[in-house]
Design a binder for this molecule. Structure first.
Ligand code: 5GP
Length: 334
């Protein structure tokens, strides 16, 4: 079995210091992440907002995303104040962008050239084009929340329990509770420090993972009964037609984690979950070990990580299934 003993490359502390100086010297901050934010976006935003308010108490700090807070992390301290917007109003000294492999991933809610003086890009995706004035981008780091931890630690302020809970949630949601290959020595060292700051681990895991709606389980049952396996059972193809989604009375939150279920089959190395919405099909992709699913997402203009990526395909559900299978086949030459 392959072990992951690697420590990540040393952080460029001059970038962290630039961010801390920006926090101290600016007056207004807009914090945002990728559209349809996940646990890492929300946890990172809330921890950073708290840190900014402590370092610079007179500043204005707003958190705005193109999409709602997922129910699974809506209990996080401060989550009630996060706004779901189609457009940010007014101007800010600083926009901090979390978890966005490109500026377009924010969903076009803010215009950098007219509404913001300084863009701070904090991310851990592959292929981030460094679109900010300050770019704190470490693709070897498990989660954006780990990067927020580095900023918080460097600030010299003791980490508060609420901040620790938010950062820990970001780390565990992006590492599948330390099960995925992005978990490394640094991740666990940071997690230990967050625990020391008071994270109630068991309570948190119950709130994040054991809080699904009944509909979510019925939807999962439908998806699994209709799963197909391809390429000598190495690929699991999962889908949900819009009609079934509506008949079940499902909510987008009910789709969380569904794609991972395909990987439970022992022969499967890649799982794709296709969600039909109008004339677009949103595709979530996951893989095991060295299988690079990011390549497949990028073929359709998407992105993400080696083992977890996504894209959108403008096609019917059946058409998108054929498209994605054709691209998945390239993983198995010969
Ligand atoms: P999910 O399948 O959970 O929506 O996303 C998995 C990973 O892929 C996340 O890191 C997410 O940011 C990225 N991702 C999902 N959809 C897209 C997309 O359409 N474009 C890009 N660039 N990344 C995506």
């Amino acid at each position: 079995m392959k072990t992951n003993t690697a420590t990540t490359p040393a952080t460029d502390l001059s970038i962290v210091d630039d961010i801390l100086t920006t926090i101290r010297e600016s007056h207004s901050f807009c914090l945002s992440g990728h559209q349809n934010p996940d646990g890492d976006v929300i946890g990172s935003e809330l921890a950073m907002a708290s840190l900014i308010r402590r370092m610079n108490p007179k500043s204005k700090v707003d958190i705005m995303n193109a999409g709602p807070v997922p129910k699974s992390v809506s209990f996080l301290p401060g989550a009630d104040n996060i706004r779901n917007v189609t457009r940010v109003e007014g101007k800010y000294d600083v926009v901090m962008v979390f978890e966005c492999s490109g500026a377009d991933r924010m969903g076009g809610i803010i215009d950098f050239s007219s509404q913001v003086v300084k863009v701070v890009n904090i991310d851990h995706h592959l292929h981030n084009p460094n679109f900010g004035h300050i770019n704190f981008v470490e693709p070897t780091t498990s989660s954006t929340a780990e990067l927020i931890f580095k900023i918080a630690e460097r600030s010299g302020l003791p980490i508060q329990k609420n901040e620790a809970i938010c950062m820990y949630t970001g780390v565990v949601t992006d590492t599948g509770w330390f099960r995925y290959g992005n978990t490394n020595v640094q991740t666990l060292e940071i997690a230990a420090k967050l625990l020391a700051a008071g994270v109630p681990v068991a309570e948190l895991s119950e709130r994040v993972y054991l809080s699904k709606s009944e509909t979510a389980l019925r939807l999962l049952a439908w998806v699994l009964s209709n799963m197909t396996l391809h390429f000598e059972k190495r690929v699991a193809l999962l889908h949900i037609p819009e009609r079934i989604f509506k008949e079940l009375g499902a909510h987008p939150d009910d789709l969380e984690e569904v794609v991972n279920q395909g990987l439970q089959v022992e022969t499967v190395v890649a799982s794709a979950f296709l969600k039909e919405k109008g004339d677009v099909v949103k595709v979530s992709l996951r893989s095991k070990g060295d299988w690079d699913i990011n390549r497949v997402a990028r073929a359709f203009g998407g992105g993400g990580h080696k083992n977890a990526s996504g894209c959108s395909i403008q096609n019917s559900l059946e058409g998108a299934k054929a498209d994605i299978l054709r691209e998945l086949q390239t993983l198995f030459p010969g």
